[in-house]
Design a protein around this ligand. Structure first.
Ligand SMILES: Cc1cc2nc3c(=O)[nH]c(=O)nc-3n(C[C@H](O)[C@H](O)[C@H](O)COP(=O)(O)OP(=O)(O)OC[C@H]3O[C@@H](n4cnc5c(N)ncnc54)[C@H](O)[C@@H]3O)c2cc1C
Length: 326
């Protein structure tokens, strides 16, 4: 068994997905602990030309599985072939595509699977992962049992690793040999739809202004959008707001929504239920605006402003614009 750390590196529209950069950095961290190399399994449009650049984020080698825009699961056979050659762990993003490919891999090779995890490390000769369970109230630490097949397949939540942006290295690129023919390679795209223009990728936002039931209506999100725009940030929501139809589900943060890691999270009219908290608790700074001084979010916010969001948010937006001169 080699101590290499493999990772799925998805490319879309000619560029690596953010998950590929995060996993390159995470795989490099783990490989430096295990004494192996970080090896990208790159697929999707742009993979052939872009795989070498994953070296700047930590990959030592990159195996290009394919360069066309087939659905991710169509590359599963090539991933299975690459994983047969061994490695200590294979990191996959906890996205719909990552889950599809990981499921085929685990089922075909009977590999141990972990996730979705919020931390992974190399400890006592094996991979060790951390997973939040029971709605975030318990953290479990797991590792493969002795003698388990390798690599361990680890589904990694977005923002578990912060991409290393400062590197300049280049990964050594090779082409994957033709993979055995699994049924999955025959998948084709029947239809595709453009995402709603109002929906941004929350997982990549560095500033988020999130609204909850206290926002009271679709129009109530107007002042939050103004504040987000003044700050150069994005708008998110609690499930109560998404369930009410005031905002698309893609913007829901929490246990059944997105896991975000902005440098600044502003929550307005959000009580701070545990299911919401697990999606934003790794924000660097948390500001909460709530008219209830006993709202649970006040217990973990860095700054807790007690008052009516419809008075505070417009005043805050005006002040930010005044200071920025916009
Ligand atoms: C299995 C499961 C999964 C779930 N997954 C998620 C998830 O992914 N994400 C998620 O968010 N929730 C999730 N939930 C729901 C969660 O339990 C809460 O019900 C939800 O987060 C509450 O949303 P909220 O804070 O917006 O609403 P509430 O809890 O109703 O809070 C509204 C807050 O707004 C304040 N408020 C009202 N008016 C104003 C005003 N004018 N100015 C300032 N403050 C005001 C109130 O004081 C209150 O604190 C899940 C629940 C379950 C059971």
């Amino acid at each position: 068994m080699s101590n290499d750390i493999l990772f799925l590196a998805e490319f879309t529209g000619g560029s690596p997905a953010r998950s590929a950069l995060e996993l390159a950095t995470g795989a490099a961290e783990l490989a430096s602990q295990s004494g192996g190399s970080a090896v990208a399994l790159a697929y999707g449009p742009g993979a052939a030309d872009g795989a070498a650049a994953l070296g700047a984020h930590g990959a030592t080698r990159a195996i290009v599985l394919g360069d066309d825009d087939r659905p991710a699961i169509a590359y599963a056979a090539a991933v299975v072939s690459a994983a047969r050659d061994g490695g200590l762990a294979l990191l996959a993003p906890a996205t719909p595509n990552g889950r599809d490919v990981a499921a085929v891999l685990v089922g075909t090779l009977d590999l141990p699977a972990f996730g979705p995890v919020r931390a992974a490390r190399f400890s006592e000769g094996t991979i060790e992962t951390e997973q939040a369970t029971l709605q975030g109230s318990v953290i479990t630490t797991s590792c493969p049992v002795d003698g388990a097949a390798t690599p361990s397949v680890v589904l990694v939540l977005a923002n578990t690793f912060t991409p290393n942006e400062g590197g300049s290295g280049s990964a050594e690129v090779s082409q994957a040999p033709a993979a055995e023919d699994l049924a999955f390679t025959q998948v084709t795209v029947a239809e595709s739809h453009e995402a709603d223009a109002k929906v941004v990728n929350l997982e990549e936002a560095t500033i988020i202004v999130a609204g909850g039931r206290g926002v009271a209506s679709e129009d109530g999100f107007g002042p939050l959008r103004e504040l987000a725009s003044a700050l150069g940030g994005a708008v998110g929501a609690s499930r109560a707001a998404a369930d009410a139809g005031w905002i698309p589900y893609q913007l829901q943060i929490g246990q059944t929504g997105k896991v975000v890691k902005p440098s600044l999270y502003i929550g307005a009219g959000i009580s701070g239920a545990i299911q919401h908290r697990v999606g934003m608790q790794t924000a660097e700074h948390v500001v909460a605006i709530n008219k209830d001084p006993d709202a649970p979010i006040g217990e973990f916010a860095d700054l807790f402003v007690v008052g009516d969001l419809f008075q505070i948010i417009p005043a805050l937006t005006d002040e930010i614009r005044r200071r920025k001169g916009t």
